[in-house]
Design a protein around this ligand. Structure first.
Ligand SMILES: [Zn+2]
Length: 192
């Protein structure tokens, strides 16, 4: 299931290229760890070992695997490109959770449904905000108010930071376009 995700999912392929380009090439054996997890956690990024944990007891199907790997790779990408204080600065964590919720497609399915039913454009942002807060609460022992405040403080700039996608990839077609643009961007740079 992981192999299929790594080889065929456009979100994941773009992120793997971006990681490689940033000097943090991902290796399937070294950087992924399949484990049984508590509760309904699906995955996590272990910054101390630079490993993505996949919760084999909670990942339900291929689509779920795709979303989890994408979400965690966004954390890995942030870890690679910036000095992230995951444990000491809750705003750093909040920023990466906003980006992961915004860019991984976590909010896109729901978003599509709500757009059809209610025509609410704001729904995507609300979903990203709510999911980021829940993600923080899953890994930090802090109050909901503190988590919410951290997300509010970073939301504007981190929601608008769409690297390495360059757009919000609402579905696989958008993700494929983003991947193509990323490859072209790469080509332009190497021609300079
Ligand atoms: Zn996360």
């Amino acid at each position: 299931m992981l192999l299929k995700t790594l080889e065929t999912n456009p979100y994941v392929k773009l992120l793997l290229d971006a990681m490689k380009y940033s000097g943090c090439a991902v290796n399937k054996e070294r950087h992924f760890s399949c484990e049984d997890c508590n509760g309904n956690v699906s995955g996590g990024f272990d910054a101390s070992s630079s490993q993505i944990v996949l919760c084999q007891n909670n990942i339900r199907n291929q689509a779920h695997m795709n979303r989890v790997v994408t979400h965690e790779l966004i954390h890995a990408f942030d870890h690679c490109r910036a000095h992230v204080n995951w444990f000491t600065n809750v705003r750093h964590l909040a920023c990466s959770e906003v980006r992961a919720a915004n860019l991984s497609g976590d909010c896109s399915l729901v978003n599509e449904m709500f757009r059809l039913h209610f025509g609410l454009k704001q729904h995507h942002q609300t979903c990203v905000r709510d999911r980021a807060i829940l993600s923080i609460l899953a890994v930090r022992n802090i109050s909901k108010e503190v988590a919410k405040k951290a997300v509010d403080e970073v939301f504007e700039s981190c929601f608008n930071d769409q690297e390495p996608f360059g757009r919000i990839p609402h579905n696989q077609t958008y993700a494929r376009y983003a991947h193509r643009d990323f490859q072209n961007r790469d080509r332009y740079y190497s021609n300079i």
